[in-house]
Design a protein around this ligand. Sequence first.
Ligand code: PLP
Ligand code: COI
Length: 343
Amino acid sequence: MKRDVNIDWEKLSFSYMKTDLRYISRWKDGEWDKGKLVEDNMLTISEGSPALHYGQQCFEGMKAYRRKDGVIQLFRPDQNAKRMNESCRRILMPEIPEEKFIDACIQLVRANEAYVPPYGTGATLYIRPFAIGVGDNIGVRPASEYIFSIFCLPVGAYFKGGLAPVNFIVTDFDRAAPFGTGAIKVGGNYAASLMPNKIAVEKGFADCIYLDPATHTKIEEVGAANFFGITEDNKFVTPKSPSILPSITKYSLMHVAKEYLGLEVEERDVFIDNLDEFREAGACGTAAVITPIGGIEHNGKLHVFHSETEVGPITKQLYDTLCGIQFGDVKAPEGWIVEVSEK
Ligand code: PLP
Ligand code: COI
């Protein structure tokens, strides 16, 4: 469906917008149906649905990018499909075949092509796959039926400022337990993050930093994004822990840092009391892209990295290379890009 939509692409923020069509597929009696695109953005489900009471649901976040030549492409959708299935396995939901997941994304993006922002505006089409356990139920047990759906909407920057640094504050709350659900993308982790986020924002910070739930000494997550730091000797360092969401952006940046920028890369503990080891720091994720961290407040003291107003040089190179790959200006590693439209 080719048509014009009236959107000021450069003014977009990260807010819901209803687009034309969404994909929906239902699981019953041991199998997924073929799935279809529908206009209705409302779901009618049983009041007893396990998704509503016991959090049996999971989701993903990915983006479609418009290249300079007009072609639309997805960035590593196979990684989102794999991670969604990690989530499904952990909370006893039926897995979604990778091919079905990617094919659904392609159908959805093609059907909403008018909403894919033009190249050069910095905006992208955000894609939100999710799966929920539904059906009449009351005991704590997995659902008897499931819905897998994907919708999409055009978005701008998640943290306001885009490539301008923002500050974060360390919270005393945890978003996940040491061997709980931190490494999968389930709504419960985000419910746990609502209050710490509110407190951080009320204090004037972009979001909060979570420390490891066992010892509260190591950095885990930056709100809904992973952390990275650049050491004095130019190493790309990012935390390792079983309660961090394995960010696809982070693993992509580790590759970019090593193979494109020639940096050493380390995935290891990052102690909150040793921030001096970094001269630059950033938050990374699909929504956050790369957001430079100006400073981190901890125990009443603000630790400033490169600058509170200017992006550091290595962070800028990482951003330019990653976005270059995503928007088709830089050659991508084999298998990272899936084209959804022709010129
Ligand atoms: N950490 C959390 C808690 C997130 O919600 C996200 C967003 O998906 C990320 C990290 C970044 O992951 P990705 O780069 O795969 O989007
Ligand atoms: C993403 O980066 O895709 C996320 O899921 C972050 C957030 C909006 C929950």
